[in-house]
Ligand binder design. Sequence first.
Ligand SMILES: *Cc1c(COP(=O)(O)O)cnc(C)c1O
Length: 422
Amino acid sequence: MKDATLATHAGYGYDGERTMSVPIYQTTAYAFEDCDQAAARFELKELGNIYTRLTNPTTEVLEKRFAALEQGAGAIATASGAAAVFYAFANVAEAGDNILVAKQAYGGTTTLTAHTLKRFGIEARYFDVKDLEKMEKMIDDRTKMIFFEVIPNPSVVLTDIDTIVAIADRHGVMTCADNTVSTAILCKPLTLGVDITVHSTSKYTTGQGAALGGMLVEREGLTQKIRGNARYAHFNEPDASYHGLVYTDVPLPPFTLRARLALLRDFGATPSPHNSWLLIQGLETLPHRMPVHSRNALAVAQYLEKHPKVLRVNYPGLPSSPDHALAQKYFKDGMGSGLMSFEVATRKEAQRIADSVKLFSIVVNIGDSKSIITHPASTTHQQLSPQELADAGVPEGLIRLSIGLEDPEDLIADLAQALGEN
Ligand SMILES: *Cc1c(COP(=O)(O)O)cnc(C)c1O
C-alpha cells in the first residue's frame, strides 16, 4: 500500500468497541488472568502486555504504523528523539567500543556522543559526510555503529547513503540514519540497506509542536548481519539479565527486541500513551504535509538566494545546491523538506534578522506547521566549541529556518522586511 493509506490505517484494525479513533490506553499495568499467564508473559512464552514501560496498545499502533511507512521489520517508540538516539548507541556499544558519528549532526547528538557516552567509555569518532573514504579508515574491531543524519539539522549537507551502506556492509558494521528531517515520506533508508533509523517524532510527525517523541525502526533481515558477527556478541550470547535469551535465536527483529527488553526495562524512556495518540493523529496527515513544507521551502530558498545580503543558502531542494543530485536520487520527487539555513555576514546581523521577523517565531524546534527561525550559534549549538561549530557546519552568521504550512508569499514578505528590502 501507498504512504497515505498506511499513515491512516496501518497497525490498527479496531479493538473491541470498534472505535474509529485509536483508543488511548491510559494505564500503567495490565491484569493477568492468573499466575500461570503472568509467568508465561515474563518468560516470553506468551507475548502480551505486562507494564506500560515495556509495551502499550496505543503506542503499539504508532510503532506498527511507523514500521509500515518505513518498510521496516519492527519499531520501538521512545519518550523523545534524544532517547531514541541514545538507545541506538546503547543497544550496541559498551565501554571500550567506538562509534562513528557524522560531524554534521544535531547538537544534542554531538553533546551525547562527545561528552556523555565518553564518560561511559564509548569513544565517538567523527567523520565528514563528504569524506567517506576517511570514514572507512576509522573502522576497527571495536566499531559498533556508523551514525549519520539523512538531512543533517541544521547544516542540511547530504551524504551518499549507498556508499555508507556499502562500506558498512563490507566490515559487518551496523548503520543508523537519523531520518527526522527527511521523514519516512521523503526517504526510506531501510530500503537502501541502512540497518536502523531513528526519529525525533517531536518534529514533523506531531506536526503542530504538540508532543515529544522518538522512534527506532529496524530493517528486514538485520538478523543475518548480526548472527555470528563477533562485533555483536551480546546479540548472539545468552542474556543473563533475561534468563539466557539469545536475541538472534528468536523469530523477532533482534535490535528492537533488545531495545525493548533491556533498554526500556532499564532506562525507561517510554512515551506516555497520550503522546503516542497525539503522534498517531499527526502521522495521518504527514504524507500530505511534507510536499507543502518542501514546496514552501523551495520558494523561500529561491527568494533568499537572490538577496544581496545573503552569502549562502543551504537547501538541497534548490537546483543550484551542490546536493541537488543527491536529493533527486534519494528523496521522493526530489523534495527537500522544510529545513534550510542561510548565512549572513555576522552574528549580530543574524540576530537582528531573527528579531525583526514577525510571522516566524524564535523557537529551537523544527517541523512545526508554523514557521520558525533560529540562530543556532547562540541557542541549539551554544554548547559547542568554535571548532565543533565549524565541523557541524554552523558559522556564527547562520540562520536556520523551518518553513511551515503558511502561504509562501507571506513568509517571503516577512523575510524581505526583516532583511531590509521593501
Ligand atoms: C530534535 C532532534 C533530535 C532530538 O529529538 P527530541 O525529540 O527533541 O529529543 C534528534 N535528531 C534530530 C535530527 C533532531 O532534529
